[in-house]
Design a binder for this molecule. Structure first.
Ligand SMILES: Nc1ncnc2c1ncn2[C@@H]1O[C@H](COP(=O)(O)OP(=O)(O)OP(=O)(O)O)[C@@H](O)[C@H]1O
Ligand SMILES: [Mg+2]
Length: 412
C-alpha cells in the first residue's frame, strides 16, 4: 500500500486496508486544511483490493469534503472487477457524484451503499437492507430475521440520534455466503462516540475508554431517553454468533474478532465521525434470537419488516418489483427465498401478483413456483400461495413448471 500527494492529487496504490483509510483521510484533511485546495483528485488507478469496511468510511469522508465546498474527483482502479465494484457499490458516486451516477445495481446478495438523513430515508434504507436479507438468507425464522433487523436499525438510528451530522449516515450490506456472514457497515462524519459520551460521562477521559464503555450494557449519553442497548446488543450478536465487530471513532479503534478477541487501541490518525462494521455469522441462526437479551431477559423486537409486508390478508409479492429480469434460475432464487421466509414468518396466505410481467423463462418458473410447489405439496401450496394476474403465456409456463414437479419431484 502507498499513499502519495502531488499538488492536489491523492494517489493511492495497493490494497485499500485500514491503514490506507487512516492515511488517506489524513492526506485529504491536509490537502484541504493546510494546503487550502478547493479540489482534490483521488487517483485510485493502482488500487488492487478494497472492501466496504474501509472504502465506505473513505467515501463518507469525501462526501463530507464535497459538502464543505471541496470538489473530489475520482479516477477508478484500472482493475476491471474492482472498478465495477466501485461503481456498483455506490462508492464512486459518493466520492465523485458529478462523474458517477448513483448505482442502481442489484444482485441477490448486495445492495449499493444507501444514504439517509432523516426518519423517512432512514426507514427506507433499513427496509432496503432487510428486504435483501429476506431474499438471501435461507431457512430463517421471523425471530432470527428480526434480530438482524434490530441490529441494522439500532446502529443506523444512532447516527440520527447522536452524531449531529448534517449529511446523515450511509449504510451498506454485504452477505458473504461462503463464510456465512452478514456484514453491514454504517458511517457518519459527525461528532463521534467519544464526544457524545463524554458530554454526560465526564470521567471518560480518553477516546479509548469511551469506546470500551460504549459497547457495555446500559451505557448511554442520555439515561432519560435511551437505554444504552444498541451497541451492546449489536456487539453481542456479532460476538455470540462468532462474527466480528469494529468501531473507529475519534482517536479510538475497537476491534473484535473471534481469533484475536477484543482490542481497543489509539490510532495515530483519528476518524472524525463514526464507522461501524458489524459482521454477524448466520451459520447457527438459533444463536441470533437468543443473543438479544437485556438485563438478563430475552428481548423480542416489537416491529419487523415482515409485519410491513403482511397485513390481515397476508403478504403480497408483486413479481415485477422483485427482479429486473425473469430469465434465469440465478435471478429467481432470491425471489423464492423471500417467499419461503415470508411463508415461514406468518401463517397467512401469500399472494404473488404477476401483473406487468410479460414473459418468464421456464427455469425461472421452476425455480420459484415449481420448487415452492414441490416443497409445500399440493394442498399446502393451494392453501398458502395465491397467484393472480399475468398473461396466459406466463400462467401456462408456471402451470407447466408445477406439473413437471408433480411428475418428477423435488430433487435439485
Ligand atoms: N453514530 C454515533 N455518533 C455519536 N455518538 C454515538 C453514535 N452511536 C452511538 N453513540 C454514543 O454511544 C452511546 C451508546 O449507544 P447505544 O446505541 O448503545 O445506546 P443509546 O443509543 O444511547 O440507547 P438505545 O440504543 O438503547 O436507544 C450513545 O448514547 C451515544 O453517546
Ligand atoms: Mg442507540
Amino acid at each position: 500500500m502507498s499513499i502519495q500527494t502531488e499538488m492536489n492529487n491523492l494517489i493511492v496504490s495497493g490494497e485499500f486496508d485500514r491503514e490506507t483509510l487512516q492515511r488517506a483521510n489524513a492526506a485529504l484533511h491536509n490537502l484541504k486544511m493546510t494546503r487550502g485546495y478547493r479540489s482534490v483528485n483521488i487517483d485510485m488507478r493502482n488500487v488492487t483490493k478494497g472492501f466496504a469496511a474501509e472504502l465506505l468510511p473513505f467515501a463518507a469522508r469525501c462526501r463530507d469534503l464535497l459538502l464543505a465546498g471541496v470538489d473530489t474527483m475520482l479516477e477508478l482502479p484500472t482493475d476491471s472487477l474492482l472498478s465495477r465494484l466501485f461503481i456498483n457499490s455506490n462508492w464512486a458516486h459518493l466520492i465523485d457524484p458529478r462523474q458517477y451516477e448513483p448505482s442502481n445495481y442489484t444482485s441477490g446478495k448486495h445492495i449499493p451503499a444507501v444514504s439517509y438523513d432523516n426518519a423517512d430515508t432512514h426507514f427506507q434504507a433499513v427496509n432496503q437492507v432487510v428486504d435483501k436479507l429476506l431474499s438471501s438468507l435461507e431457512g430463517f425464522s421471523r425471530d432470527q430475521l428480526a434480530a438482524l433487523e434490530w441490529a441494522v436499525n439500532e446502529i443506523t438510528d444512532n447516527v440520527l440520534n447522536h452524531a449531529s451530522s448534517p449529511q446523515g449516515g450511509v449504510v451498506q450490506l454485504t452477505t458473504k455466503s461462503k463464510s456465512n456472514i452478514v456484514e453491514f457497515v454504517v458511517c457518519d462524519t459527525g461528532v463521534g462516540i467519544p464526544k457524545t459520551l463524554r458530554d454526560t460521562h465526564t470521567s471518560l477521559n480518553s477516546d479509548v475508554v469511551a469506546l470500551q464503555q460504549a459497547i457495555q450494557e446500559g451505557v448511554t449519553r442520555n439515561r432519560a431517553t435511551n437505554m444504552g442497548n444498541g451497541l451492546y446488543g449489536s456487539f453481542r450478536l456479532a460476538k455470540l454468533s462468532e462474527g466480528y465487530f469494529s468501531i473507529y471513532s475519534g482517536y479510538a479503534l475497537l476491534s473484535y474478532t473471534q481469533r484475536r478477541g477484543l482490542h481497543v487501541t489509539q490510532p495515530a490518525i483519528p476518524f472524525s465521525g463514526t464507522a461501524i462494521v458489524c459482521g454477524i455469522s448466520t451459520a447457527n441462526p438459533d444463536i441470533l434470537a437468543e443473543a438479544l437479551s437485556f438485563r438478563g431477559e430475552k428481548y423480542t423486537p416489537g416491529y419487523s419488516y415482515v409485519d410491513k409486508l403482511t397485513d390481515q390478508d397476508g403478504a403480497v409479492i408483486i413479481l415485477k418489483d422483485e427482479s429486473k429480469s425473469f430469465g434465469s434460475r440465478d435471478v429467481a432464487k432470491p425471489v423464492r427465498i423471500k417467499i419461503e421466509n415470508l411463508l415461514a414468518a406468518s401463517p397467512k396466505q401469500i399472494e404473488i401478483k404477476l401483473d406487468q410481467v410479460s414473459l418468464i423463462s421456464s427455469s425461472f418458473a421452476d425455480e420459484v413456483f415449481g420448487k415452492l410447489f414441490a416443497q409445500l405439496g399440493p394442498i399446502m401450496f393451494m392453501n398458502r400461495v395465491k397467484i393472480s394476474g399475468g398473461n396466459t403465456v406466463v400462467r401456462q409456463l408456471i402451470d407447466r413448471a408445477i406439473t413437471q414437479r408433480l411428475a418428477f419431484g423435488v430433487s435439485n
